[in-house]
Design a protein around this ligand. Structure first.
Ligand code: APR
Length: 310
């Protein structure tokens, strides 16, 4: 039997998620959105069914506003909620998106209690925490998509600056999904060569800063709404590693319970993605400077979580 992917939210990111999940033949796809958006969601699902003959995939793709239709989902990917507009921070979305995530977590808990859940809604670290609290799911069953995207952005900017293939750049970004995130140039390699051996400090600083503000750079260009292609692919990579037990090590917002000295927060850390979900968090030995940066990002995430009052 085919796997089932439920996409909660079928807006900009949700529609790209649906297309990528179909093209990757991850399984049948249900896109759930609010009743007011039911017809457009059904239209998007139908459009994707009609893309299948040339897209060369077999998948049943449907649109719904009824949580009963997500029953038995193997994976749930949540993008329900408002995106940023120009001039907004992710934290400005908190009040609106808390209510949405609460309803979504209740709906998923009641109808797809076994699903591995990936949350994209911003402010990410707080919204994935809310989802975890309201659903009551085990911690391995819930992850936030942030570090995978932040790392992709870091790698993309390095490839642009260095004029090398992006596929040869390996590195990671820790911390919250915002300007306090902690890219780790010291541990970044280009085809096995340490980044710090081939790039000067000015280039590294430029790329680190651009990575921290990458989401805002896109929001400014769009004027309305935020990035959707790259967040969608990052979530698909996480979902695929779970569904296919690929055992990928991906940075994501995972619940830390003592790792890195962090307790009870979802925050960006490298994690092992297997058929068990987030099976394990890897701890990196950090320098004092990196530890200080991580401590600052923890303060920022804690502040937003505290405002959720959960
Ligand atoms: N249940 C289901 N869907 C909902 C709900 C809800 N309670 N509330 C809103 N939605 C839907 C909207 O109707 C819309 O179709 O969520 C969708 C969000 O889509 P967009 O507005 O296009 O936003 P998008 O760019 O996809 O971003 C979604 O992800 O990266 C984050 O910051 C971003 O918080 C934002 C989220």
């Amino acid at each position: 039997m085919r796997k089932k992917i439920a996409l909660i939210g079928g807006g900009q990111i949700g529609q790209i998620l649906a297309m990528l999940a179909a093209q990757q033949e991850m399984g049948d796809i249900v896109i759930l959105d609010i009743p007011d958006y039911l017809d457009p969601i059904k239209g998007k699902a139908l459009d994707l069914m009609e893309m299948a003959p040339h897209g060369n995939y077999d998948a049943n793709i449907t649109g719904t506003s009824d949580y009963k239709d997500i029953a038995g989902a193997d994976v749930v990917i949540v993008t329900a909620g408002k995106p940023r507009q120009a001039g907004m921070t992710r934290e400005d979305l908190l009040a609106t998106n808390i209510d949405i995530i609460t309803k979504v977590a209740e709906g998923v808990k009641a109808n797809a209690p076994k699903a591995f859940c990936i949350v994209l809604t911003n402010p990410l670290d707080a919204m994935v925490y809310m989802f975890y609290k309201v659903s009551g799911f085990p911690k391995n069953q819930v992850a936030g998509m942030a570090g995978t995207l932040d790392t992709a952005r870091f790698r993309a900017f390095l490839a642009m600056e260095l004029g090398v293939s992006v596929t040869d750049i390996a590195g990671t970004v820790l911390g919250g999904h915002g300007p306090t995130m902690v890219p780790l140039p010291r541990l970044t390699t280009v085809g096995g060569v340490p980044l710090t051996d081939i790039a000067d400090q000015a280039l590294i600083d430029r790329v680190v800063e651009r990575t921290r503000e990458a989401g805002t750079e896109i929001v400014k260009l769009f004027g309305k709404g935020s990035a959707f292609f790259s967040p969608a692919w990052s979530a698909i990579v996480m979902a695929e590693s779970y569904l296919k037990d690929k055992k990928r090590v991906l940075p994501c917002a995972a619940l830390c319970e003592g790792e890195y000295g962090i307790n009870g927060l979802f925050i960006g850390v490298p994690a092992l993605f297997t058929a068990k979900g987030v099976e394990k968090i890897y701890e990196i030995t950090l320098t004092d400077e990196e530890k200080a940066q991580l401590a600052a990002t923890v303060v920022a995430v804690q502040k937003t979580v505290d405002e959720c009052n959960v």
